[in-house]
Design a protein around this ligand. Sequence first.
Ligand code: PLP
Ligand code: COI
Length: 354
Amino acid sequence: MNTTMQKISIEKVKTSKIDQVDFDNLDFGSVFTDHMLVCDYKNGAWETPKIIPYQPISLEPSAKIFHYGQSIFEGMKAYKDTENKIWFFRPLDNHRRLNISAKRMAIPEIPEAFFMEGLKALVKLDEKWIPQKDGSSLYIRPFIFASGKGFHASPADEYKFIICLAPSGSYFSGKVKVLIEEKYSRSANGGVGYAKAGGNYAGQFYPTQLAAQKGYSQVIWTDDNNHEYIEEAGAMNIFVRIGDTLITGPTSDRILDGITRKSILQIAEDEGIPTEVRKITVSEVVEAAKNGSLKEMFGAGTAAVVSPISTFGFRDVDYDLPELAESYATRLKKRITDIQFNRAEDPFGWRYGL
Ligand code: PLP
Ligand code: COI
């Protein structure tokens, strides 16, 4: 892999769009900053990244992304503290995971310097766009896709690595009601579930639409074999609290190795919360809901942070989760966001200053 990189070139916008943005009412991922980073892979090597004004990209109709779905992405955030210092959260883990996804999808890996230097230069340039309102942050979307042309069903010879930035508020508005899915599967052993591949998300949209018609905002995926185990949600890893124990499933071929998930586990252990990483059966969750020992369910992810689940549906029955005065979700969300926003000590060394 060519890992040497020339200096990143920067073409700035003539006029910023920032004044048109209502930073008090941001939703998730729908407004974009002034600039983006673009890096092309051609002739077997990544070229020097460029920062240019945020703009549409032009592609051949035969570009392989359109036909064969060679596309991967990451999700990360930048946070601004009260002294205007900017922080990332475990960004090297995102770089590592992007390359894990790249390998699985036969996409060339991106060298660390291209990713990290590109990320830092772009966020520095658009730093005024990082929201400071509580609950908001700058969502960062690095992605790579096949721009090379041809209908031959084989990996493309050209790719684009792009980073776009979106000042964002919460991913969910309101209560999160989920449906435990028993018909459709998100992933299978030997498949691409552990990769952040675009197609993993496309495949979830239809079952999620069906669930939405019944009033659920997310699907909880179960294993493709017997739909016996709870695996993850569309954009989150899942935690359940039975009694005082916090449980999450092990990562596997089928499940994304979430950075929030592993951070929450470490924080919970640090807080003295009993944790278990083991397979969670649907039947034990339903049983625990019936006998009152199911105290909490929540999702964890970069976009969703820690999102408590208010109700889960299974086989046409809804089970409401109790509203606890002192929930693990609230405690763990506070601890992780305090680290992310530099409001508290970071004993784990996760913050990465710009
Ligand atoms: N699972 C899926 C399918 C996701 O899309 C995400 C979001 O990135 C997660 C889990 C959580 O991962 P992370 O905490 O690294 O954002
Ligand atoms: C993230 O949490 O960053 C994700 O990638 C979820 C996304 C599908 C919105």
